[in-house]
Ligand binder design. Structure first.
Ligand code: DLZ
Length: 204
């Protein structure tokens, strides 16, 4: 059956000058890993350079807003100055990555050795919250969604909402493209990051 859902046709945007951050939670890793692959695939398809895709991880979705905020502000500091800013960025990103348990956090675009020091043009926040028996899911879904929106409006850096709020695991597998007929939403998030990164610089 065809569906009307989806982001619709968009222009093809050139991401070759963009610097994109991705922060992901590690809970529900199977879903997260597939979403990250999808996001990176569409970023690269739009021309974003490998070294300008900066990946960091946090334990769970609740930590995403803090990480997005720190990542963006550290990139601003680094871009506007010098070694002092660089040191702050390095320490902020070290803090974010020190608890990493996946190789993914080290696989792409390490901040150290990067070719660009520009502030991020967009940051994708990726998490998968699966509803349990308590009210935990509702509280985290709501607070993280609100916080990510606040961060993008306060900072002016587009934050792409890559938080799946799932009633079942199966819903997550389908939205990570891991079931037949499923669709990897990470692909859409990568495209959204490129489009919003370009549009943030000026509506054309
Ligand atoms: C504790 C928790 C639970 C129960 N479920 C999830 C989940 O489905 N997805 C997710 O990303 N994180 C989960 N967490 C972890 C919280 O997001 C958070 O990391 C901890 O409460 C520590 O602040």
């Amino acid at each position: 059956m065809t569906t009307i859902k989806g982001p619709g046709e968009a222009h093809s945007y050139d991401g070759s000058n963009l610097r994109i951050g991705i922060v992901h939670a590690r809970w529900n890793t199977k879903i997260i890993d597939a979403l990250l692959s999808g996001a990176k695939q569409s970023l690269k398809a739009a021309g974003v350079k490998d070294e300008n895709i900066v990946l960091q991880s946090v334990p769970g979705s609740y930590e995403l807003p803090f990480a997005v905020q720190r990542m963006y502000s550290a990139s601003q500091v680094q871009s506007s100055s010098s070694s002092a800013g660089g040191a702050l960025l390095a320490s902020a990103t070290d803090l974010l990555s020190s608890s990493s348990q996946t190789d993914l956090t080290k696989s792409t675009g390490s901040i150290k050795g990067k070719t660009s020091t520009a502030p991020f043009d967009a940051i994708i926040a990726v998490g998968a919250l699966i509803k349990g028996e308590t009210m935990h899911f509702e509280y985290i879904s709501d607070s993280v969604s609100q916080a990510l929106m606040r961060i993008q409006l306060d900072s002016g850096c587009p934050v792409i909402f890559g938080l799946l709020t799932l009633v079942t695991e199966e819903q997550g597998l389908a939205r990570a493209g891991l079931t037949s007929g499923g669709h990897n939403h990470g692909l859409d998030w990568g495209k959204a990051a490129v489009e919003m990164g370009i549009k943030r610089r000026g509506w054309t």
